[in-house]
Design a protein around this ligand. Structure first.
Ligand SMILES: Cc1ncc(COP(=O)(O)O)c(C=O)c1O
Length: 387
């Protein structure tokens, strides 16, 4: 039977595929170490648990308003005010089935067939395929060899009359890099001048280390939110260890938010009522969940960096946030797919090839798992590569 050209052209998510592979190898009893993961190992916040149980006890779990329940929007507005110094109205917030759906809603709302979406490499694996799902063309800006930050002049050159949006993920998956304040500021100016949207994928923006904070694009613009070109994407998946609840959101101007709601209404009707209640519970909690998670991850980042430094020929970039690192292994093997496969075959360690993120020669190595896995995983990698 016929399958659409779109279905045939869209690639599988490399990271989800590797998760499945790691799980099936574990189920076969193989001593696999998964350093390719994308979720914290912590249990969900107590506030999320209590709110979900309370909702379930009502035995009424129905459709909600497409853009999200008022209780959650209220918490998101408070969260945005606290972390961005900007209090969005309910009409500026769209709750969705994970940050991924928020990004999809945004792309569907602004991309016409053939229009372009510009973003730097290394990028989150899903960006190119999601742009293609919206019948757009991904335009990738690569940094100079050995660097992770692209040249702003290069980026500016790639923005043309067909460009609808620029996407920036900071802190970045896969590198853990926080884009510098000056870079974000210049990008805001360029996007405002050129009249293109700037989608800030802020899903990791509270997981920043060394006492620093991720630059806040909203603070760099004088425009009121309803006239802003900035669309901020966030969610509870990473910062609250709630990946399975599938709750994310966008904060943006009214017109684009309304378009995103219309699209979501025809795709999923609304996000899960139970998960929305849990997300509101997580955000309302006044505890130290996010600070504790960040401290844990910072400790694991330091551990991983210490272990990786023992390798003879790896080039390291210190991750400033997230739970990923993106070392350069090209002195061992420039083909990252080949190297990742070798490490799986010979060391039983799962890593993600840099090519999936648009930069070959690197591997994404996560530090969201147990410390013993970090130590044992890197030691196995060393044995294979350094002998
Ligand atoms: C950069 C980035 N954006 C968005 C997402 C999607 O988050 P969610 O699980 O809330 O859909 C991820 C998840 O890995 C991510 O790494």
């Amino acid at each position: 039977m016929h399958l659409s050209r779109l279905a045939m052209s869209v690639g599988q998510s490399a990271t989800l595929k590797l998760n499945e592979l790691a799980n099936s190898l574990k189920a076969e009893g193989k001593p696999v170490i998964h350093l390719g993961g994308g979720e914290p190992e912590e249990k969900i916040p107590q506030g999320a648990y209590d709110a979900a149980v309370k909702k379930l006890a009502t035995r009424y779990v129905r459709y909600t308003a497409t853009g999200g329940i008022p209780e959650l929007k209220k918490e998101i507005a408070a969260y945005t005010e606290k972390n961005y110094g900007l209090k969005p109205a309910a009409k500026n917030i769209v709750v969705s089935g994970g940050a991924k759906q928020a990004i999809y809603n945004f792309l569907m709302a602004v991309v016409d067939p053939g229009s372009e979406v510009v973003f730097p490499a290394p990028y989150w694996v899903s960006y190119p395929e999601m742009v293609k799902l919206a019948y757009g063309t991904p335009v990738i800006v690569r940094p100079e060899p050995g660097k992770l930050l692209p040249d702003m002049q290069d980026l500016d050159r790639y923005i043309g009359s067909n460009t609808r949006a620029v996407m920036l993920n900071s802190p970045n998956n896969p590198s853990g890099m926080v884009y510098p304040e000056s870079f974000v500021r210049e990008l805001v100016e360029i996007c405002e001048y050129r009249g293109v949207y700037l989608m800030m994928d802020d899903i990791y923006n509270r997981l920043v280390f060394d006492g620093a904070a991720a630059p806040n694009a909203f603070s760099m613009s004088k425009r009121p939110l309803d006239e802003s070109i900035i669309v901020s994407i966030n969610g509870v998946s990473k910062t609250y260890s709630m990946t399975g609840f599938r709750i994310g959101w966008s904060v943006a101007g009214e017109a684009v938010s309304r378009a995103m709601v219309k699209i979501q209404a025809q795709v999923t009707s609304c996000p899960s009522a139970l998960s929305q209640a849990a997300a509101a519970g997580a955000l309302a909690e006044q505890g130290t969940f996010v600070d504790d998670l960040r401290a844990q991850l910072e400790k694991k980042r330091d551990l991983l960096m210490g272990e990786l430094k023992k390798l003879k020929k790896v080039k390291l970039h210190l991750p400033q946030g997230t739970f990923y690192s993106f070392p350069d292994f090209s002195s061992y093997e420039p083909d990252s797919e080949k190297l990742s496969k070798l490490l799986l075959d010979k060391a039983m360690v799962v890593t993600v090839p840099g090519r999936e993120f648009g930069l070959d020669g690197h591997l994404r190595i996560s530090y969201c798992g147990p410390e013993r896995d970090i130590i044992e995983g890197v030691s196995r990698i060393k044995k294979v590569l350094d002998g």
